[in-house]
Design a protein around this ligand. Sequence first.
Ligand code: NZQ
Ligand code: ZN
Length: 384
Amino acid sequence: MENFVYRNPVKVLFGRGQIAGIGAEIPAGAKILLTYGGGSIKTNGVYDQVRAALAGRPVAEFGGIEPNPRYETLMRAVELVRAEGIGFLLSAGGGSVLDGTKFISAAAHFEGDPWDILAQHAPVRRAVPLGAVMTLPATGSEMNFFAVITRWETREKLAFGHPAVYPKFSVLDPETTFTLPARQVANGVVDAFVHVLEQYLTYPADAPLQDRMAEAILLTLIEEGPRTLAQPADYDARANLMWAATMALNGLIAAGVPQDWSTHMIGHEITALHGLDHAQTLAVVLPATMLARQEGKREKLLQFGERVWGLREGSPEARIQAAVDRTRAFFESLGVPTRLSGYGVSADTIPLIAERLEKRGMTALGERQDVTPAQVREILALCV
Ligand code: NZQ
Ligand code: ZN
């Protein structure tokens, strides 16, 4: 096992009715900015619950944060935070609203051009404290310090992370997810599944506890994802899915083990250029990554096949192929296509994506830093 430092300060308020408790989590007297997206919180009761919990408190609002939140929009909120002296940010919505709120938090007191936080990894020295009501199990943003932001003007989708933007608290009330369209439920299952694999499907680090925790999350997603889609009113299915998605990216299974993240980096370029949902890009790139990089990932692929899909028969090559096929079939069964053609994207995009990653200096991705632009092209050729 590798050395690690682990600290996760997010207070999780999980379960029915927990939104009612947020008032006690926000410092008294702080001017609050409630951030949200395109309106889902207005139609599913989350907005009303938040306003009731904050009755009598000074609350300003900033709505209209898009899926794949846009820098241009978020900078308008940054101006509002500065002008109004906002002391606490409260995000209500999915990963996009929360990621956008993390960026607002980091940008509000940033000296210089806030785009540098994303493009130059400029250090964040001061952040506006934030909390979250998470209504979409997928990203794990509710219990981590990452955010992914899109600059619409240049079609760039970049990530940053800093402990200063950990939410102070996150409310996870599974009832808020009842209104999710099936597409977003399926996206969430795929995103969480791939988060686990980015931290698990690398090379053995003699970390059996992390491996088994990762496998437990995968098996939970395989069971609870389809259960949620088949029985949308099942509270427990929603609750299990929500907690699994949080556990998939809160740092716990990453402790002491190598990590990949190349599927995500390639996926972000596909979203930036072609507008696919985040999880849709992962469903396309992951199976291709598993095939193209099976040599370096051989032992973990075999372990994944055996422990997650029960594959014990046949040659190692046949079991690896079967593990990829089962994963692809799982995503497809959720209604998420796993080929670029399924989204009307042609092979013409391949050189451009490799070139864009290269321009950003992302020429040595993956757990062994051996995913070069040439390998990116090879992976993408298997995505068509
Ligand atoms: O905008 P509203 O009206 O709220 O509607 C949203 C949006 O249209 C809707 N929605 C959310 N909760 C709902 C709901 N509709 C009905 N009922 C509810 N309870 O769902 C749509 C998609 O929302 P979005 O927030 O975009 O989805 P998700 O949570 O999947 O977030 C995706 C973003 O997170 C980033 C992705 O790149 C993408 O930009 N990621 C963030 C990560 C992180 N912070 O750690 C890691 C991930 O790998 C990922 O990259
Ligand atoms: Zn993701």
